[in-house]
Design a protein around this ligand. Structure first.
Ligand SMILES: [Zn+2]
Length: 287
């Protein structure tokens, strides 16, 4: 997960702009009457996300003003506010969509830190939480794989909340992503999440859930292959005594650049501490 600054967009302004041209007029009138309700929901969301308690907002799932009408009900209209009035290229809210997407670090997915951020993921899905369909803090720049694996399921407990790039930057105060070196005969790498014992239990559980739910091992494991083949050539230029130190230095540089829980930092930490690899196993990656 890549930490991203929380968007500075005002939820009230975003909702007002997105719904100001909604059609038909009956739907627009009903949506515009919800401006304060949506703004209040956004405030509740901010408090809950700060306290790692997004699973407690289930009361926001209710139909805001009673029964559905011939326009499909307000919840249907709220969901449409995202797809038709924010994502659509010519919609009044498209500027907000582009602004939120531009928050992706280097254009990368904030959830996995690796894929291309070419969509916005609803941290709380719009299917269950239509009131939050265009709430900026609920919209995270993400890749399509993470968006797909995260799915439409709302968190049912505190432990089942995936990490939130706008609120959970403190996860990187600890080291919890590790790599296991596989071999002989050839070196391979397997990534896993293992939060340390001194980490708050809720955050630790959420890290494990995030790693599993988004299938990050499936994403990170293949990245190691080219690195290992590159190293099988470049490490031959070093003396045997210098190899572990060189790999450790790379681990520290990646930690400084990408954080301690980047797959690169985890990979080089593991390589530097693997005796079989550093004493000759590295040569086998290209055999
Ligand atoms: Zn992703």
């Amino acid at each position: 997960m890549l930490p991203v600054p929380k968007p500075a967009l005002d939820p009230h302004v975003v909702f007002d702009t997105c719904t100001a041209t909604a059609k038909p007029l009956t739907a627009r009138t009903r949506l515009q009457a919800l401006k304060d309700t949506v703004a209040k929901a956004a405030t509740e969301y901010d408090t809950a996300a700060t306290n790692q308690a997004l699973h407690t907002l289930t009361h926001l799932q209710d139909e805001p003003d009673g029964k559905p009408d011939k326009t499909g009900g307000l919840n249907a209209q709220l969901k449409k506010t995202y797809t038709s009035r924010m994502v659509h290229k010519k919609s009044s809210g498209r500027g907000f969509y582009d602004q939120l997407l531009a928050g992706a670090p280097d254009g990368r997915c904030a959830l996995c830190g690796h894929g291309i951020a070419d969509t916005l993921d609803h941290q709380l899905p719009k299917t269950s939480y239509p009131l939050l369909a265009v709430t900026p803090a609920n919209l995270v720049p993400a890749c399509r794989d993470c968006n797909f694996y995260k799915g439409e399921q709302a968190p049912v407990s505190a432990n089942k909340q995936t990490l939130h790039p706008y609120y959970d930057g403190q996860v990187h105060d600890h080291v919890w992503l590790f790599a296991r070196i596989v071999g002989p005969p050839k070196p391979g790498v397997s990534f896993y999440a293992s939060p340390p014992p001194d980490m708050p239990p809720l955050l630790a559980a959420r890290i494990r859930h995030h790693f599993t739910k988004l299938r990050l091992a499936r994403l990170y494991n293949p990245q190691a292959g080219p690195e290992l083949r590159y190293l099988s050539r470049s490490l031959r230029q070093l003396t045997p005594e210098a190899i572990a130190d060189h790999l450790q230095e790379r681990a520290e540089n990646w930690t400084a650049i990408e954080g301690p829980n980047s797959w690169q930092a985890a990979l080089y930490r593991a390589l530097a501490s693997d005796v079989w690899y550093t004493t000759g196993g590295y040569k086998e990656a290209c055999t």
